[in-house]
Write a protein that binds this ligand. Structure first.
Ligand code: 5GP
Ligand code: ZN
Length: 112
């Protein structure tokens, strides 16, 4: 198994897990870009948002709700951002869907 996030889901590579559900796992980004930087990934390998179908709608909803709960747990009272990079123009660097949950400082807009 070469996918790094599949290996984290399988427990083969350590990660700091902050929350999990039957179909997703949330863990801290190894190279945090904000005081809180959590990644939420589906347990199922899906290479990017391009791979989604209607069958994944409930899972995607669960992940967004999980992001809101994680923001609460991290006390991101000033707000937070969810980012999902898809494809090279967006700078996706790991080919397994992941949602960044960022907060803890003013994040600025638009992204570069
Ligand atoms: P992308 O650039 O694809 O939107 O985001 C990939 C993210 O995965 C990056 O923020 C990067 O720091 C994070 N990342 C890459 N490898 C690992 C790893 O082995 N463990 C963890 N926890 N995060 C990783
Ligand atoms: Zn994977």
């Amino acid at each position: 198994m070469s996918c790094i996030f599949c290996r984290i889901v399988a427990g083969e590579i350590p990660a700091t897990v902050v929350a999990q559900g039957d179909r997703w796992l949330a863990f801290r980004d190894i190279d945090a870009k904000a005081p809180t930087h959590v990644l939420i990934v589906p347990r199922e390998h899906l290479a990017s948002l391009h791979a989604l179908t209607g069958a994944h709608a409930m899972l995607m909803g669960e992940i967004v709700v999980a992001a809101a709960r994680i923001a609460e747990a991290e006390r991101l009272t000033g707000g937070f951002r969810i980012v999902a990079n898809a494809g090279p123009d967006a700078g996706q660097s790991v080919d397994h869907i992941h949602f960044h949950v960022l907060g803890g400082r003013p994040l600025g807009w638009p992204p570069g």
